[in-house]
Ligand binder design. Structure first.
Ligand SMILES: C[S@@+](CC[C@H](N)C(=O)[O-])C[C@H]1O[C@@H](n2cnc3c(N)ncnc32)[C@H](O)[C@@H]1O
Length: 257
């Protein structure tokens, strides 16, 4: 049977091949081409199995061009990134025109803060784009909370800018005991902690789950809002972590694993 051209945005789990779904594996098995960031090309090499990787989407960003070519000025890096981006889109369109299947490997669940939305969707016709669910860091980090029952109250998933723009949401969470789970917050603790502190008392329990699902690295740190910045500053990692805050998180004592 002839395969329809398709761009699959494949959720590959939050950083460890054991979190791949059967569906992700079967899409990768039928892909003609891959689009993947550099480290995923190594992590998922077995599944890519020597087929061509068209590009790493991070190289469409000026700061990555600058890191690879430090001799460029900021303006030159920006120009280079724009040119790479235009070429990449051309490459994708050509592949789809030729009836190919392209698998873009995306972290976690592509529906939750998927970077692909910033650069891909507007260029690919809707009928040629399929999103494949993946195991989010959120699901995996929830498991790291062990027996704690997160669903006793509403759970709010947000990133710092959304919280900043919606303070009544924080206030309501602080009043009714909801848990807020913050994505992409580790490198913004300086503004995030005072923002949460406007509504949550300083001793409110706060948990950071680092490297959820990543074998040998996963870690859960239990602290309080007032100590959270100090705790996060003492860690090297400032990206791969989820922050949980809620007054009832104090039930949690020992790490589950
Ligand atoms: C651009 S978002 C992508 C989220 C992804 N789509 C998901 O569902 O996990 C990146 C943020 O997700 C969180 N994250 C991703 N992988 C993680 C992991 N293995 N452990 C903890 N947090 C992670 C961090 O907050 C990170 O800053």
């Amino acid at each position: 049977m002839k395969q329809k051209p398709m761009m699959y945005v494949v959720g590959v789990g939050c950083g460890d091949p054991k979190l791949l779904t059967n569906e992700a594996i079967s899409i990768m098995a039928k892909a003609d081409f891959f689009v993947s960031k550099d480290d995923y090309q190594k992590t998922f090499a077995t599944y890519i199995a020597g087929r061509p990787v068209l590009f790493d989407p991070f190289m469409q960003l000026a700061r990555y061009q600058k890191a690879r070519h430090p001799e460029l000025t900021d303006a030159e890096a920006g120009k280079k990134a724009d040119a790479v981006y235009a070429d990449n889109i051309q490459m994708l369109r050509k592949a789809l025109k030729e009836g190919k299947v392209v698998a873009l490997l995306e972290p976690g669940d592509p529906a939750l803060y998927g970077g692909w939305r910033n650069w891909l969707s507007e260029y690919i016709p809707k009928e040629q784009l399929t999103v494949i669910a993946g195991m989010s860091s959120f699901s995996v980090a929830n498991a790291v909370l062990g027996e704690y029952d997160l669903t006793r109250k509403p759970i709010i998933i947000a990133e710092p800018e959304e919280l900043k723009a919606n303070e009544p949401l924080i206030q309501a969470a602080a009043q009714n005991g909801s848990v807020i789970v913050v994505f992409m917050g580790l490198n913004r603790m300086k503004s995030l902690v005072p923002l949460l502190g406007r509504y949550f008392p300083p001793d409110t329990p706060l948990i950071i789950v680092y490297y959820a699902g990543i074998a040998g690295k996963e870690r859960r740190i239990q602290t309080s809002l007032s100590k959270a910045k100090e705790v996060a500053d003492a860690e090297k990692e400032n990206f791969l972590g989820l922050i949980y805050i809620g007054r009832d998180l104090k039930d949690l004592e020992k790490p589950s694993r």
